[in-house]
Design a protein around this ligand. Structure first.
Ligand code: DX5
Ligand code: ZN
Length: 225
């Protein structure tokens, strides 16, 4: 028995001017979660959206909003995002080494699901304490590109980290993000990823439902092996 497949289109690749209809389109096409990339122009050289946009979208959908915080001070975002209606709150380990316990505790106390993300160059050992602690995260997001932009090339060398995690934690939610699509899903799924973020491959396709279904089938088939 494996962990459930969650396919999460990255709304970064959607038409922001029509966010609600883009979200509805993805859900109708089979998305489990909506991946929301929050950037501060500091942790990464790009600026996207924050709590006000999450709040606006929340009025149009009850879907799980999987928020990926590419920001230097994630603690500052807990309260506003909880109020806005975020579901998952995934922060980066690179900026949370000193306060992750407080951060996880606050995220949970606000009713959100805590996750930790790591950049391609960050060793996997850095997230072990966050998974194993008494107060712990429920998901690890292994970045498969450098965070900041959609449409980049998948980095297969990050798969060692996914394999290590899956071996150590058979029932952990492991998310991959960056360059995922029909041509890269099999390597990620067989390494053990079950939560799949996909931006350009889904939004760039004339048939997003088909892409979502290919991603899901790959995760499900890998788990039977
Ligand atoms: C990149 C973001 C990703 C991005 C993925 O920093 O975290 O979620 O939108 O986009 P694709 O699937 O196009 O690589
Ligand atoms: Zn992301």
């Amino acid at each position: 028995m494996g962990v459930a497949a969650k396919i999460a289109p990255s709304m970064l690749s959607s038409d922001f001017a029509n966010l609600a209809s883009e979200a509805h389109r993805m859900l109708k096409d089979g998305a489990d979660w909506l991946h929301m990339d929050i950037m501060d122009g500091h942790f990464v050289p790009n600026l996207t959206l924050g709590a006000p946009v999450i709040q606006s979208l929340r009025k149009h959908t009850e879907a799980y909003l999987d928020c990926h915080l590419m920001v230097t001070n994630p603690l500052d975002y807990v309260e506003p995002l909880a109020k806005a209606g975020a579901s998952g709150f995934t922060f980066h380990v690179e900026v949370s080494k000193d306060n992750w316990q407080e951060l996880v505790q606050r995220i949970k106390s606000k009713g959100m699901t805590p996750g930790v993300a790591l950049k391609p160059g960050t060793p996997i050992e850095e997230v072990f304490p966050l998974v194993e602690g008494e107060i712990h995260v429920d998901m690890v997001l292994v970045m498969t590109v450098e965070p900041g932009f959609g449409g980049q090339k998948f980095m297969p060398e990050t798969m060692d980290k996914v394999r290590t995690l899956r071996k150590k934690y058979p029932s952990l939610d492991i998310e991959v993000d960056g360059g995922l699509g029909p041509s890269t899903i099999d390597i990620a799924a067989s390494a053990g990823a079950n939560c799949i973020v996909a931006g350009s491959s889904v939004f760039g396709s004339p048939e997003p439902a088909k892409v979502i279904s290919v991603l899901r089938t790959s995760v499900e088939e890998s788990q039977k092996k």
